[in-house]
Design a protein around this ligand. Structure first.
Ligand SMILES: [Zn+2]
Length: 112
């Protein structure tokens, strides 16, 4: 599977699972179903949300490489650095393994 397909799939998973959560909370609010099944349903629908978000985070980590602002080196951070690094949607504050400078590295997607 290509990286782009994986990213699309992970975003899709998050959207679907969130939609499921919203539908189940509406059903619970409107008391269409009994309170017991409402509680059960909302508990169950939280699981796919967590699964989808973890999958999206995993795909995001696996498919992302970062470009150093200082020397232009393209590298893949360790999971620890990735997890704890401050970030925006397109950049992450990481230490470059080549020049050892910390900078806001730009995220790029390799085509492999
Ligand atoms: Zn660098």
């Amino acid at each position: 599977m290509s990286n782009k397909a994986k990213i699309i799939l992970s975003v899709f998973g998050v959207v679907i699972s969130l939609a499921l959560l919203v539908v189940s909370s509406i059903l619970a609010e409107e008391t269409v179903i009994s309170p017991t099944s409402a509680t059960l349903l909302s508990t169950i629908s939280v699981i796919p949300v967590f699964a989808a978000i973890s999958f999206a985070a995993k795909v995001d980590y696996e498919t992302g490489v970062y470009e150093c602002r200082k020397c232009g080196n393209i590298f893949k951070p360790t999971f620890k650095a990735y997890f704890w690094g401050a970030h925006t949607l397109t950049t992450r504050h990481l230490k470059c393994p080549k020049c050892e400078e910390k900078s806001w590295c730009k995220r790029t997607i390799p085509n492999a």
